[in-house]
Design a protein around this ligand. Structure first.
Ligand code: TNX
Length: 559
């Protein structure tokens, strides 16, 4: 993590950048314009070819300009270069500087990632139509006010979780979200690939995981109290090439895909496919199906050697497909009832000399922590992995509030802050009962804008363990792309600013300034075709009258 630079509200209201950059000033000569046109070329220094390709395919498509490689000194151009800070990298590898004046734009990044984030800023400067895929009008030139920007992220983990298990998100949808993340300078996609309700990852050695585990014969609208079963199968899974494509597409955008294989709970789909994975001595796992309801399934993995081997084999294929240093193994919400009743589980507790079932869970997760570190990877787990002691070197996703993150950081573990009370985007964003299937706490755009990833109670020497923040978008109530967009936006834009920009303490944040920039940003989202929640509330077709959500005055949110 880099030290925050003080945030200056944009003096350049026309630019309306989201997330806000560190420093922005009017062009080198104190004013003037910058333009790109049909003669503009791209001069890409070694290492920045990917950014040039991205500019050509996006800004090139939107403007209709070819943006060919530069030859010769005089052509109007976009210059891409990697220019580490002299004497080190005080601003971190993702920092960039952008200066735009006349017919020349220069983007210098501390690394290719920095150059890429600078290119995102350039696209925003060009105006909302730069987010379209073809020109809506033929223009001689695209103009914007000349500007100089110095920018860098506050956090190195700026994540979004997509739950592709509860409702499958086809490959195109994932690629589209990678584009949306890139436009907001987010850099970690946490893919929740397995759960009780579906297994989406192809595993060559165990074909039934997707063969049987990737679909359920019926599904349900609404949260778990809803009576609205739909007698229609739901399912889908990726192929190995789909995963390779997703990972490569993400890498071109300087986004890391962190895969999650959830163990030992949230595993009913796997048990339905391979009944021997479950606690066969206390349940007839052969009659289990992929779960068609929401909540926390009691059917968890058996703590046997055979189960460990099975998941090692699964993880071998995960490591082959995902280069990410971090691999998430879940560890959340594992009901212990079956283990309490299972003679096999109890024998294991005795054999290992463990105190109880929590110890068994820690042993199970710890096994994979060691297994991953022997292979040069790092385990990430939900904050339940703190019970019974987290594996050495594990990173903790703090979701049940901030306490898990604080305890983990004090114990020397890296943490990603994603408290459900603040950044669960499946939760409702307004109190009105016209919100579509409202669940969870009300978290408005302003609430998300005032989310602070570093818990105030954390001592400065431990705060460096906060790698960053993540917004989690679970999909029990988001059955298609429009519903996902509605929950994600506009709040993901506020979240991106929290994760990227050096904002002051929550109470001092200038939400009015953010809202003003958002009015321009909504035009970008329109051009991108994002079905966001309008500031005035849901459009008629975004409502879902009569579907039971969760009453606001009830107990804490039901999942
Ligand atoms: C909690 S976050 C869960 C998910 C649910 C989500 C719904 C976490 C580790 N577990 O399984 O989908 O709440 O908001």
């Amino acid at each position: 993590m880099t030290t925050p630079v003080p945030h200056e509200p944009s003096p350049h209201s026309g630019a309306s950048l989201v997330p806000a950059p560190g420093r922005l000033s009017a062009g080198p000569s104190g004013g003037g314009r910058c333009s790109i046109d049909g003669a503009t070329t791209i001069e890409a220094a070694p290492g920045t070819e990917g950014v040039a390709r991205w500019l050509r395919t996006t800004v090139g498509a939107a403007t209709g300009y070819p943006l060919p490689p530069s030859h010769g000194e005089d052509a109007p151009r976009i210059v891409l270069r990697i220019s580490p800070e002299p004497g080190g990298e005080p601003d971190g590898p993702e920092a960039y500087r952008l200066s735009a004046a006349g017919r020349r734009v220069v983007v210098g990044g501390a690394s290719a990632a920095g150059v890429f984030w600078g290119a995102q800023t350039l696209r925003q400067l060009l105006g909302p139509d730069a987010f379209r895929r073809a020109p809506v009008t033929v223009r001689d030139a695209w103009e914007f006010p000349a500007v100089t920007i110095h920018d860098r992220p506050r956090f190195r983990w700026r994540g979004l979780l997509l739950d592709v298990a509860r409702h499958f998100m086809p490959k195109d949808g994932v690629l589209r979200y990678l584009d949306l993340m890139a436009a907001h300078k987010l850099n970690v996609l946490h893919l929740h690939l397995t759960d009780d309700q579906g297994w989406r990852l192809p595993v060559e050695r165990y074909p039934r995981l997707t063969g049987a585990g990737s679909w359920r014969p019926r599904t349900k609208f609404g949260h778990r109290a809803s009576p609205l079963w739909e007698e229609k199968p739901h399912g889908g899974h990726y192929t190995r090439d789909d995963i390779r494509e997703i990972v490569a597409y993400a890498a071109e955008r300087h986004i890391t895909v962190v895969p999650e294989i959830d163990v030992p709970g949230h595993s009913q789909a796997a048990i339905a496919a391979y009944p021997e994975l479950g606690n066969t001595d206390v349940v007839d796992t052969a009659s289990l199906t992929v779960w068609d309801d929401w909540g926390i399934s009691p059917n968890v993995l058996a703590p046997t050697d055979a189960t460990l081997r099975f998941y090692e084999h699964v993880l071998e294929e995960v490591l082959e497909l995902f280069p990410s240093r971090y691999v998430h193994v879940g560890g959340d919400e594992c009901p212990k009832d079956q283990w309490r009743r299972s003679p096999t589980a109890q024998a294991r507790i005795a054999e290992l000399g463990l105190a109880d079932e929590d110890g068994l869970q820690a042993w199970f997760v710890g096994h994979f922590g060691r297994w991953l570190s022997e292979r040069g990877r790092r385990l990430v787990g939900w904050d339940e992995i703190l019970q019974g002691g987290p594996p050495e070197g594990a990173t903790v996703s703090s979701w049940r509030g901030r306490a898990g993150g604080v305890a983990a950081a004090r114990a020397g573990h890296d943490v990603v802050m994603c408290p459900e009370q603040e950044v669960y985007l499946d939760h409702r964003q307004a109190p009105g009962d016209d919100e579509p299937v409202p669940i969870g706490w009300v978290r408005t755009l302003e609430d998300v804008y005032r989310f602070e990833p570093v818990p105030p109670e954390l001592e400065p020497e431990h705060a460096r363990h906060v790698l960053g923040a993540q917004a989690n978008l679970w999909s029990e109530v988001t059955e298609d792309q429009n519903r996902v967009d509605y929950q994600a936006f506009p709040r993901l834009a506020a979240f991106a600013e929290v994760a990227w920009s050096a904002l002051p303490a929550p109470a001092e944040r200038d939400f009015a300034d953010f809202e003003q920039r958002m009015s321009a940003h909504y035009r970008r989202l329109d051009a991108l075709g994002v079905a966001y929640r309008p500031p005035t509330g849901p459009l008629p077709w975004q409502r879902r009258p009569g579907v039971r959500g969760r009453p606001l005055d009830g107990p804490p949110p039901v999942r």
